[in-house]
Design a protein around this ligand. Sequence first.
Ligand code: ATP
Length: 151
Amino acid sequence: MSTIRLDFVSQDHMVFSGDVNEVLAPGIEGQLGILPKHAPLMTILSPGEVVVKREGQPDLLFAVSGGWMEVRPDKITILARTAERSDEIDLQRAEAARARAEQLLAQGPPREERASLEMALRRSQIRLKVARRRAAQRPSGPEFQQADLER
Ligand code: ATP
């Protein structure tokens, strides 16, 4: 099975770097599937889920809050605003962020504030979704091997 290099960084850290078989990423018009030898592409990423597929290994799930992705036939570069591995998402923090955003939105804030609250709500919803999806898929055992974390 052919592979493509993935370099995935956020504003504050290297998220993942390695050879992979496929990457699913949240393009502005929906989830994009990128395979080796994909046509060159540059796109904005929406808040959403990034899935990294590697042969014979469990999928790696990440929550991103937006960013950019550049695809070349042999390399994918993701520059995310923020990115968390599914196993490092703090559920309580995401629940609290969601509750806070929902509560403030219910108070009918001015338009400029509303947009930023809606983005905060979206980020929390994505984090909750990714963390819960991981819990459903991997009730036991980590999918992130030590080698992935040290890259
Ligand atoms: P909060 O209100 O909880 O800070 P936020 O959406 O405003 O959430 P961001 O500005 O998107 O937070 O992220 C700030 C930093 O905190 C980033 O490094 C991000 O990866 C991390 N982060 C945010 N929420 C979580 C979470 N629930 N679990 C783990 N890391 C998180």
